[in-house]
Design a protein around this ligand. Structure first.
Ligand code: S3P
Length: 430
């Protein structure tokens, strides 16, 4: 149990950088490991999730040297992974699990994979169904749908898959399988999801082609190592940006954040709610857009968050819900049923935490409804061992009247190990 509250009148001020992007860090390790040559990854996120991906490749014979946030990956080539001697442990990381299942299904060996309690409950059939159609065979719990799973493959053929859910993990899993499949692998998206896999596959020289919402992968005999700079993670920055959005007199500059359009829905919503958000120094690094985000406090008004924007801000919905408690009017979030199968059921967790703290919020099947402006009190809450719920609750404690006691915040190290220090470094007294 840890207690949080800031005494006195504070605001968020200053200039800061946040750690590297989690999604891009995973993909850099995956592609670097199966490329020919040495890939240098700078600003790698050494949170627990991405380290699971590193460990998985080390277990399959890839040498990966790490010096602080720089990785040197001595790639084994596209068909050079070694059969792992032991089951691969993916911890809490859904991205590792789903992307690796895709890659492993194209390897000429079997691998058993497992995860922590949360990952063991998360659905894997969304990737296994298309992978089985491509020729992979899978054995696992509950009708071969849940971890632990054993996957065997090696003789895949391409398929055309029209996405029934909006998931970059599913899309990426199929594309990684497609690298080693005969013929064309095509993924058709209804709503665009984060496209880091496509961008990075292109940068490594894969036979990939993207036209509108159709991505086509052809068998690829070799990927070429390339150096990668990982931009700051907008999903981590979102917590600090939110703090500035809800604390009067705040003025915060966050430098070198990834601004890939498939990830910036949160900034669009904040601007709609009335915050002043300016983007400076926009540039492209290795096919990914990057820039500085300047946020200044302005009073907030409610919004409706729904439809196409949802995949562009899916991980930011917990923090948007907190911001909405301080926005004038009724905020409605819908079409976000995917939150039910994240690290925890995030609709249930957000509603539980914020209502315990005095917010007027209720959950719906696919989202939530929040009434603002509502002052928050304090209380004892559970973080559900979910990093984004823990960070959202700590940001909430900046505006509560009383102490907020959180059962456990250790999950923060999954995506943002130095979150508490970074937050403290931008808190000023008014
Ligand atoms: C991710 C995709 C999203 C996101 C997750 C990271 C990725 O999940 O929520 O945190 O790196 O591809 P889904 O693909 O399940 O939407």
């Amino acid at each position: 149990m840890e207690t949080f509250r800031k005494h006195g009148s504070i605001c968020i001020q200053g200039e800061i950088e946040v750690p590297g992007d989690k999604s891009i860090s995973h993909r850099a390790v995956i592609l670097g490991s199966i490329a020919s040559g040495t890939t240098k990854v700078e600003n790698f996120l050494d949170g627990e999730d991405c380290m699971r991906t590193v460990e998985a490749f080390r277990s399959m014979g890839v040498t990966i040297k790490k010096d602080k946030n720089t990785l040197l990956i001595y790639g084994n080539g596209i068909r050079g992974l070694r059969e792992p001697l032991k089951p691969l442990y993916f911890g809490n990381s859904g991205t590792t699990a789903r992307l690796m299942l895709g890659l492993l299904s194209g390897m000429p060996f079997s691998a058993t994979v497992y995860g922590d309690e949360s990952l063991t409950k998360r659905p894997m059939d969304r990737v296994l169904e298309p992978l089985k159609k491509m020729g992979a065979s899978v054995l696992g719990r509950q009708n071969n749908c849940y971890l632990p799973l054993t996957i065997s493959g090696g003789d895949l053929h391409g398929i055309t898959h029209t996405m029934s859910i909006n998931s970059a993990q599913v899309k990426s899993s199929i594309l990684l399988a497609g690298l080693n499949a005969s013929g064309l692998t095509k993924v058709i998206e209804n709503n665009r999801t984060r496209n880091h896999t496509e961008n990075m596959l292109r940068a490594f020289g894969a036979n990939i082609n993207v036209v509108d919402n159709e991505i086509t992968m052809d068998t690829t005999s070799e990927l070429h190592a390339t150096d990668i700079y990982v931009p700051g993670d907008i999903s981590s920055a979102a917590f600090l940006i939110a703090a500035a959005a809800i604390k009067p007199n705040s003025d915060l500059l966050i430098k070198n954040i990834g601004l890939n359009e498939t990830r910036t829905g949160f900034l669009d919503i904040l601007a709609k709610m009335g915050s002043r958000v300016d983007i400076l120094n926009r540039r492209d690094i290795g096919g990914e857009e990057i820039g500085d985000v300047h946020i200044t406090y302005h009073p907030l008004k409610a919004v409706t968050v729904e439809g196409d924007i949802i995949p562009r801000l899916i991980d930011e919905i917990p923090i948007i819900a907190l911001i909405a408690t301080q926005a004038n009017g009724r905020t409605i979030i819908r079409n976000a049923e995917e939150l039910r199968v994240k690290e925890t059921d995030r609709i249930k967790a957000v509603v539980d935490v914020l209502s315990t703290l005095g917010a007027k919020i209720h959950g719906t099947e696919d989202g939530m409804i929040i009434e603002g402006v509502t002052p928050l009190s304090g209380g004892n809450v559970k973080s559900y061992s979910d990093h984004r719920i823990a960070m959202m609750t700590i940001i909430a404690s900046l505006i509560t009247q009383d102490d907020v006691r959180i059962d456990d915040v250790s999950s923060i190290s999954i995506s943002y190990p130095k979150f508490k220090d970074d937050l403290n470094s931008v808190i000023s007294t008014n």
